[in-house]
Write a protein that binds this ligand. Structure first.
Ligand code: C2E
Ligand code: CA
Ligand code: CA
Length: 708
């Protein structure tokens, strides 16, 4: 049946035994092309490659998909598709090949005939595009150069510790490639070239001939080179390698230098961009402080867990903020690093992560029931008193058929229960994170009472355009007034979040924003968009949009005057919910801002998946801007990427002029920070608004809106 089907194809199809390489089947087209009359005794490598030995790693190599191969003995090109299969009970490799010789020849001819400008243009487009891996891109460019110059070979050598290695190589099809074409040139060979390459020169050498077998690196069979061209590859200001073209022939020699000079620059830029992306990618999976996987990596790995045996454990240091306050951030950091080390050491069978602040997790892909119970007990014992800090712990193995996220939620619920016990028994922890007045908020009815009696206030922190420092927005920040003291949100928000009660505060702040806007609009003042913060618990509430809308409508505030801020650290359990909600809000015309976006925890997926229009760069990034030379480059990319997605970038925590200058250079659009304005009582902010040109006046330069 299957054989009949294959016989009807014009593509060549054969099936060969994975171990013996015996040809088990060949369709009619294949038999004809390879002149096979009798299958018995035929080996696939002999037929297909005219080689007496099997291809390297045949049984191990993953099946190739859509790869182009050239078969010298037939002087023909094929596009091949492979799959592992079984044939009459034997493990086999199935290969389907489509002949491409005519198309390839036509393309080659076209490339040979094009002018040097067109070559440069084509290569620069290839390198600027994002199709395929860096490796493939470079190979394609080498091929273009090689064909254009009618050369024998074209290679990229990378210089590493006194050797230059040809990490990428294209060879003219009628020159047989060496079985192992990798070449390590010792520095003695290229040392003389270095000074001129560093100057950016293209070197041209004639008459240098490494005969086969006479190469200075002993034993290496080398090429017969009569002339070659070398172009420097300068990446991030450093000579990191060179392009080499062997035996260029034809009439193109004069234009070769121009082409190589330009293309090597494009290639260097592409390599640099790829390095940066790799760095970003690494950052996006690792926590810079402890070196453990970060939340992003955790989310990914959590999804891979399954029952039986998959397990998750979460723990959170109690009162980290207080520890930082009392002993300093360095001490706090040191403690987190120690804890990270302990986790890795105590549970070698698990994978450790730092999720955020003092929150850690361990994942086991397989652990026995008793072993896990013991691990949990050990962890509790260690973290409830043997160290100079304590942590709440919770964990569970995946139940039969349970989704990993559900197990994570269970583990976290157990951890929260542990945490509440810590907050209740003040003597149990050496550091109590919150004072009595804050702990009181956990008691039923207290939060509602304080909200009703005006104990919560809003502070307003302006945002400015980088270009001209004009006021362009404001963020509402909550404060608690208690016995004449103003308590900042960091002291009570975490507690309320852990109790899932933050929404009361969030909607209060949002209503305050709407209420004030209504007053100002009625007074005919110029106003700017107002941003409010929402905890993620609030954001994913099923009726979040309805509640926002109820408040907004009550005060008749135009949507463009409001911005919803949520923090970036995506939590795996609600990731999809966040995406959904972001789309829903955006469809309704709300503007969403991602807060605290940091490269350290950069969740690149956020950029792609969540529908938002403002990206707020975390103040920790901004504070490191002047000292970390790589940071501006990373930020430039982020800002550029945001720009192309029509996302406005806002830098938070700008405290110095120098930071503002750097940000301006990087193309960041808006800033917020002590340098230009601190969070201030609403009356003070209102005075700033009063200085804006009122909407009735002509020629306003600020983003003002007046009516509903
Ligand atoms: P956030 O949303 O990132 O707000 C910015 C924080 O950075 C504010 O702290 C602000 O005072 C501070 N800040 C602004 N400029 C500078 C600067 O130049 N240098 C430094 N070092 N800090 C600067 P604040 O007001 O203490 O708020 C802390 C966090 O509390 C907020 O961080 C936000 O996550 C949360 N928060 C505030 N209000 C609410 C609310 O209504 N709901 C929720 N869920 N969270 C809120
Ligand atoms: Ca914020
Ligand atoms: Ca922030």
């Amino acid at each position: 049946m299957l054989a009949d089907f294959f016989d009807g194809l014009t593509d060549l199809v054969y099936i060969a035994d994975l171990e013996t390489h015996d040809l088990l089947y060949a369709n009619a087209a294949c038999r004809q092309r390879f002149r096979i009359t009798e299958l018995a005794g035929k080996k696939c490598h002999k037929v297909f490659r005219d080689s007496d030995s099997p291809c390297d790693g045949c049984a191990l190599l993953p099946p190739r998909r859509r790869e182009q191969v050239y078969l010298p003995h037939l002087n023909a090109h094929f596009k091949i598709y492979e799959a592992f299969s079984t044939w009459q009970g034997r493990k086999a490799r199935l290969l389907i090949a489509r002949e491409m010789t005519t198309q390839v020849r036509a393309r080659q001819l076209m490339r040979r005939q094009r002018g040097v400008e067109s070559l440069i243009d084509h290569c620069s487009r290839l390198l600027a595009g994002d199709t395929g891996s860096l490796h493939t891109l470079i190979l394609r460019v080498l091929e273009e150069i090689g064909l254009f110059l009618e050369a024998d070979r074209c290679s990229l050598f990378e210089i590493r510790a006194h050797q230059a290695c040809n990490t990428h190589e294209w060879t003219r099809e009628d020159i047989s490639a060496l079985p192992d074409s990798r070449l390590d040139l010792p520095e003695t060979i290229y040392a003389d070239w270095l000074p001129r390459l560093r100057q950016g020169e293209i070197l041209q050498r004639d008459g240098i001939r490494f005969g086969v077998g006479q190469h200075p690196c002993d034993g290496v069979r080398l090429r017969d080179i009569s002339s070659f061209l070398i172009a420097p590859l300068v990446v991030s200001g450093r000579l990191t390698g060179f392009l080499e073209v062997e035996n260029p022939t034809g009439s193109r020699a004069e234009t070769a230098r121009t082409a190589l000079a330009a293309i090597s620059k494009f290639m260097a830029a592409t390599i640099e961009r790829s390095h940066l992306l790799n760095t970003l990618e690494h950052h996006s999976r690792h926590d810079p402080l402890t070196g453990l996987g970060n939340r992003h990596a955790f989310q990914h790995d959590l999804q891979q867990l399954s029952s039986p045996g998959g397990a998750v454990l979460v723990l959170e240091v109690n009162g980290l903020k207080k520890i930082n306050e009392i002993h300093g951030i360095l001490h706090g950091d040191d403690m987190l690093v120690r804890l990270a080390g302990l986790l890795a050491e105590m549970e070698p069978g698990a994978h450790p992560y730092r999720l955020n602040g003092g929150e850690f997790a361990l994942l086991w892909s397989y652990v026995g029931k008793d072993v896990f119970r013991e691990a949990l007990r050990r962890m509790r014992a260690m973290l409830s008193g043997t160290l100079d800090f304590s942590a709440a712990v919770g964990g569970c193995r995946l139940a039969d058929g349970e989704a990993p996220l559900t197990a994570y939620t269970r583990a976290e619920a157990a951890m929260f229960a542990d945490k509440k016990a810590f907050y209740r028994h003040r003597e149990s922890g050496r550091y109590r994170p919150e004072g009595d007045h804050v702990l009181e908020l956990a008691r039923p009815g207290v939060l509602e009472r304080l909200l009703a009696d005006g104990s919560f206030l809003t502070y307003w922190q302006p945002k400015f355009k980088v270009a001209d420092r004009s006021l362009c927005g404001v963020e509402v920040l909550i404060r608690l007034r208690k016995d004449g003291r103003i308590i900042p949100p960091d002291q009570f928000i975490p507690l309320l979040e852990s109790l899932h009660r933050c929404h009361l505060l969030d909607f209060f702040a949002f209503e305050e924003a709407c209420r004030h806007l209504r007053v100002w609009l009625d007074e005919g003042r110029a106003v700017v968009p107002v941003a409010t913060n929402f905890s993620r618990h609030t954001f994913v509430m099923p009726d979040f949009l309805e509640r926002l809308e109820a408040i907004r409508r009550r005060y008749a505030i135009p949507l463009e005057l409001l911005q919803v801020e949520i923090t970036e650290s995506a939590d795996s359990r609600d990731h999809e919910r966040v995406q959904e909600m972001s789309r829903l809000l955006s469809r309704h015309g709300y503007h969403l801002a991602i807060d605290d976006f940091g490269v350290a925890h950069a969740n690149l997926a956020t950029l792609a998946e969540v529908d938002f229009s403002v990206l707020k760069l975390d103040k920790r990034l901004i504070s490191a801007l002047e000292d970390n030379p790589r940071l501006p480059k990373l930020l430039r990319m982020l800002i550029m990427a945001s720009h192309t997605l029509s996302i406005t970038t806002v830098a938070e925590g700008v405290e110095r002029d120098r930071q503002l200058d750097i940000l301006a250079g990087l193309g960041c659009q808006e800033v917020q920070g002590y340098l230009l304005a601190r969070p201030q009582p609403v009356e003070d902010f209102q005075q700033r608004l009063a200085r804006l040109t009122p909407p009735s006046a002509a020629g306003t330069e600020t983003p003002v809106v007046t009516s509903a």
